[in-house]
Ligand binder design. Structure first.
Ligand code: F6P
Length: 523
């Protein structure tokens, strides 16, 4: 389908005027005075997630123009094409159907979708694989002699399950320790193996392609360790989660759970890549995660644009990046279990939308993905919030808080929530001290996402919300959010340099690389 890039729409010029004539000087404090119902106007409930957008630098007129932008860019048609299984990932000629992994077993493929070959064709296999994977998870949970599960994977084959296992630790009922090894730095694998025994360890080799250097290096070392320690029956102690079942078999692994090329690595938590989580929280919990994400899919698919939370967030992202020029967004989960969420969202946003050309390969005349970064609150307050309050750059902050505590320690949760509210309040209201060291300029924007409780379902919805918002901004920017060519060059160069490190050969290298290589080679 022909898409219109944001800067090619008629409303783009109106947005520019809107920004110049008031948008850039919008004062949040004045906006709340002018509109007593601003909180109601700029907040909404989506499945499992309440969102307060009222502390963002937008007003009704800007929002209306941004919604026009979504319409003129054809975001709805683009979204519908995704759900219809079209080959959205044009540079790899692939569909983008991770949403299919979240459909509950009882839900039929919607008639409009069933008409599309890809979606209808894949559904039976999706459900079959999911059942096999969850049955295996239950089997592992019942094996009391398995005390340690080591997931070996990187990027999307690590960040999602790791983030989710930590987030849902309260729901972990298997009692098995789940470890994540991603770095090719042997320290990581060696550190984990030092506490494991082959007879009580299950290795999950998680790799979409089953070719990623870091993962394959760690997998080979794990296998060598297993055998050297007297381990036998690889079939019982190794399983592979991959689209490349043949390569897993060639590696010597017979227990495999597949997925499909239409599941991007950073969108693969919902597939067999979620197995460590399913082992931790069980098949019922895993299905709840999927159901929460599915509820958000349905919201995104059906809610009118003005009440469509992923759309509103994606539009805001474009407003901030392309008009205000904000080049980063800070993620502040006021929830210790969500401590790996910033890292997870970094891959989601920056690998998806960190592109400098549009889907047709034309160089973009505007900026795309912001830098995402963050730490859980309140820790971040004692590190970099100084800069957020009084630094020279404005960084929109995304607070994520959970209403109900998962622990019963008195006072802690109230303090945690009070701090989240206080920071958002301080960023917006500031404090007048006539420009001195104690002066807080305020008017610094933030979004506040609130979950009733951190459960598998609410986590699923929160993640699906973030996926769809990244899709929306990518769609407006006219880019392909589903490829990642930018990671390839480094992989090729590393192979070359690895060989040179064995010989010291610096022929043809730039001066700096040659100098460093010689320094390392000579020891
Ligand atoms: O190098 C980037 C990347 O391809 C990510 O997109 C992916 O999540 C990660 O590597 C791991 O890839 P794989 O699951 O194929 O090992």
């Amino acid at each position: 389908m022909k898409r219109l890039r944001c800067d090619q729409t008629p409303v783009w010029a109106s947005l520019k005027t809107c920004f110049e004539t008031g948008g850039k000087s919008l004062d949040l404090r004045a906006a709340f005075v002018a509109d007593a119902k601003r909180f109601e106007h700029f907040s909404q409930q989506a499945p499992h997630v309440f969102a307060d957008l009222s502390k963002n630098l937008i007003d009704a007129a800007t929002q209306a123009l941004l919604l026009d932008l979504a319409r003129q860019c054809g975001v709805e048609q683009h979204r519908d094409a995704v759900f219809a299984g079209a080959l959205i990932n044009s540079t790899e000629n692939r569909a983008v159907m991770h949403f299919l992994l979240r459909k509950p077993a009882t839900a039929q493929v919607a008639p409009a979708q069933a008409a599309i070959k890809n979606v209808a064709d894949e559904w039976p296999e999706v459900e079959e694989t999911r059942q096999a994977m969850l049955a295996y998870a239950e089997q592992v949970r019942a094996q009391r002699h398995i005390t340690d599960v080591i997931n070996i994977g990187i990027g999307g084959s690590d960040l999602g399950p790791q983030m989710a296992v930590l987030a849902l630790a309260e729901f972990a009922t298997s009692g098995q320790r789940i470890h994540f090894v991603s770095n090719v730095d042997g320290q990581e694998l060696a550190g984990v193996l030092a506490h494991c025994r082959p007879e009580s360890t299950l290795f999950l080799i998680a790799s979409k392609t089953f070719t990623t250097t870091e993962t394959m290096t760690n997998a080979h070392s794990a296998k060598a360790w297993f055998e050297a320690q007297g381990g036998h029956d690889i079939g019982q102690h190794f399983a592979a989660l991959t689209t490349n079942v043949a390569a897993a078999n060639a590696f010597g692994i017979q227990t495999t759970f597949g997925f499909w090329d239409w599941v991007g690595g950073r969108y693969s938590l919902w597939s067999a890549i979620g197995l460590p989580l399913a082992i931790a929280i069980g098949s019922t919990g895993f299905r709840e995660l999927l159901a929460g994400a599915h509820a958000m899919d349905e919201h995104f698919r059906t809610a009118p644009l003005a009440q469509n939370l992923p759309v509103r967030l994606g539009l805001l992202d474009v407003w901030y990046r392309n008009f205000h020029g904000f080049d980063s967004r800070s993620i502040a989960p006021y929830s210790s279990p969500l401590r790996r969420l910033p890292a997870y969202l970094q891959q989601l946003e920056m690998e998806s939308n960190g592109k400098r050309v549009d889907a047709e390969g034309n160089t973009l005349p505007f900026d795309t993905a912001p830098v995402l970064w963050g730490e859980p609150g309140t820790n971040g307050q004692h590190a970099y919030f100084q800069m957020l309050h009084q630094g020279t750059s404005v960084v929109p902050v995304e607070f994520i808080a959970v209403k109900k505590a998962a622990n019963s320690l008195p006072g802690h949760h109230t303090k945690l929530l009070a701090n989240a509210l206080a920071q958002a309040q301080a960023l917006m209201n500031g404090k007048d001290d006539r420009g001195g060291h104690r002066h807080f300029p305020g008017n610094r924007p933030s979004t506040f996402l609130l979950l009733e409780e951190l459960t598998p379902a609410s986590l699923g919805a929160l993640i699906a919300l973030q996926e769809h918002r990244v899709f929306v901004s990518g769609s407006l920017w006219g880019i392909n959010s589903f490829d990642q060519w930018g990671v390839e060059l480094g992989k090729v160069l590393a192979k070359d340099l690895e060989a040179r490190l064995a010989t010291g050969d610096v022929t043809g290298l730039d001066g700096s690389s040659a100098g460093l290589l010689q320094k390392i080679y000579k020891k």
